[in-house]
Design a binder for this molecule. Structure first.
Ligand SMILES: [Zn+2]
Ligand SMILES: [Zn+2]
Length: 341
């Protein structure tokens, strides 16, 4: 090997090493939050490696692929078609989020603040909050750069954690993957990917953000609309309460994309509803603590509590992990309806 070739080889391997280091450093610049961070080579391969080498839940024995989730996986007390169908609907509404840019506006000390302005990919989860017919010119990437904007389009609102998608700048650099239920969905085109448009509302302290995106596909719109209609949380609570007498604690179900992998479902128990007991504070204003397994990539995922009337009144998404106690926790429950326009 000539000197020049050898030097080029050394330079490229040192760049690769620097890239690996940056990914590792960004991954550890998020406190207790659970985004996955990958970069450098093939996204799918790195996601596979992160899954295989996971140290939080080696083997992922309690993770069930969403496409294989069945009635038998529910506790006996909750084992009915209605509860199963509601979880299936939430699963259909769950999305993978791939954020390709970290905004310069993330405040110092906030998750990933040291990587402001960088294009190191982080991944999280989210779920469809609302679907509606679009009005006016379509704001999607294709229509924005085209002279003929589509007149028929639909607006989809995605509920996620604020530390996953911080603002509109990041939303425009976020790929939303619908129906990544298993590998075949990705390989056969059943998974749909759309770029985000903007963050319409967010709360850093409660750790949520509402991201909007525009789609043209009537088929995708109808599938999401149907899943929203199948989601009868009030009925879920009523039935669950009737059946929950024998259960010591309410169940907590999470649907997410751990390590950026295809959708997985985990079931665990509610530990408590707030960190620091403040007797005068409303339970519904606080976050949930649970034993349900989560991994990096689960941040922003829907958290579903079965067996308690009060807790279904708001939207809530997974936020992070308390390593000392070996439990996981959500952002604060959003009780009021979010203004989307
Ligand atoms: Zn894991
Ligand atoms: Zn468009």
């Amino acid at each position: 090997m000539s000197n020049a070739t050898s030097e080029t080889g050394e330079a490229s391997s040192s760049m690769e090493q620097r890239c690996v280091d940056l990914v590792w450093e960004k991954k550890h610049d998020q406190g207790c939050h659970e985004c996955e961070v990958i970069g450098g080579s093939s996204e799918a391969e790195e996601s596979d490696q992160a899954w295989t080498k996971c140290t939080k839940n080696p083997g992922h024995y309690k993770f069930l692929p969403a496409s294989k989730f069945a009635l038998k996986h529910l506790d006996r007390g909750f084992r009915c078609t209605m509860v199963f169908n509601s979880i299936k609907a939430i699963s259909d509404l769950t999305v993978r989020l791939r954020v390709t840019y970290t905004s310069l506006n993330r405040p110092n000390g906030y998750a990933f603040a040291k990587y402001k302005g960088s294009h190191i990919l982080h991944l999280g989860s989210g779920w469809v909050y609302r679907v509606r017919l679009g009005e006016g010119p379509c704001p999607c990437r294709d229509c924005t750069i085209s002279s003929a904007s589509s007149t028929q389009w639909y607006r989809i609102y995605i509920f996620t954690a604020c530390h996953v998608v911080y603002n509109s700048e990041e939303a425009q650099h976020t790929m939303v993957d619908f129906f990544y239920d298993d590998e075949t969905f990705r390989k056969t085109g059943k998974m749909s990917t759309i770029w985000g448009s903007e963050v319409v509302v967010k709360d850093e302290d409660k750790d949520y953000s509402l991201l909007s995106c525009a789609i043209h596909s009537n088929d995708l719109f109808m599938k999401l609309k149907e899943a929203r209609q199948n989601l009868s949380l009030r009925e879920l609570v009523r039935r669950a309460l009737r059946n929950s007498q024998s259960l010591p604690k309410p169940a907590v179900v999470i649907v997410s994309h751990p390590h950026g992998q295809a959708k997985q479902i985990t079931v665990g128990r509610l530990v408590r509803m707030k960190f620091d007991a403040e007797p005068r504070e409303q339970v519904s204003d606080k976050c949930l603590v649970y034993t349900t397994d989560t991994c990096p990539g689960s941040s922003g995922a829907p958290v579903i509590v079965i067996g308690s009337r009060t807790m279904f009144s708001g939207f809530v998404s997974h936020s992070g992990c308390k390593q000392v106690e070996k439990v996981n926790y959500s952002g604060e429950i959003v009780v009021s309806k979010l203004e989307t326009s």
